[in-house]
Design a protein around this ligand. Structure first.
Ligand code: 4NP
Length: 155
């Protein structure tokens, strides 16, 4: 079993989008018995909340269902649980590195390292307009495809 955790700041925009998109790709390939997907935020502002409505609506247009997801904060125990902990931006990564236990054997890095697009970070869409949410989806779809190809090689 390979376990993947997507992490952003609030766990209401970027990482739930990654969670929903990657989960659907896993299911479409019949790999749900091999790959477990979750998401979390480095901050606790939105714990227990559903994803931002703008993320849910943009995802729905592309036939991804984010409605069942609820925000939680990333915790140190996640490092005992997850093989891949993938940050949306450098700040999220730096905050995760600060709580990473010594000897973590998994992969802690940027999600977009698995994308062939040029960007390193999934930009925070929270204070911007609709185009930002579409861009999040474009980046997330690209990196999810690359991540799944990568994980499948090791199954
Ligand atoms: P996310 O977006 O990290 O992609 O979930 C944000 C959500 C909320 C806030 C910032 C970013 N906030 O400041 O409340």
């Amino acid at each position: 079993m390979v376990k993947v955790l997507f992490v952003c700041l609030g766990n209401i925009c970027r990482s739930p989008t990654a969670h929903g998109v990657f989960q659907k790709m896993v299911e479409q390939q019949g790999l749900e018995d091999h790959i477990v997907v979750d998401s979390a935020g480095t901050a606790a502002y939105h714990v227990g909340n559903p994803p931002d409505r703008r993320s849910t609506e943009a995802a729905k247009q592309r036939e991804y269902d984010l409605s069942v997801l609820r925000a939680r904060q990333a915790i140190i125990a996640d490092f005992s649980e997850f093989d891949y902990i993938l940050a949306m931006d450098f700040e999220n990564l730096s905050n995760l590195k600060a709580i990473q236990p010594a000897g973590y054997q998994g992969h802690l890095g940027l999600f977009l390292d698995f994308s062939e697009m040029q960007e390193d970070e999934v930009p925070d869409p929270y204070y911007g307009g609709a185009a930002g949410f579409e861009h999040v989806l474009d980046l997330v779809e690209s990196a999810s495809f690359g991540l799944l190809q990568h994980i499948k090689k090791g199954l």
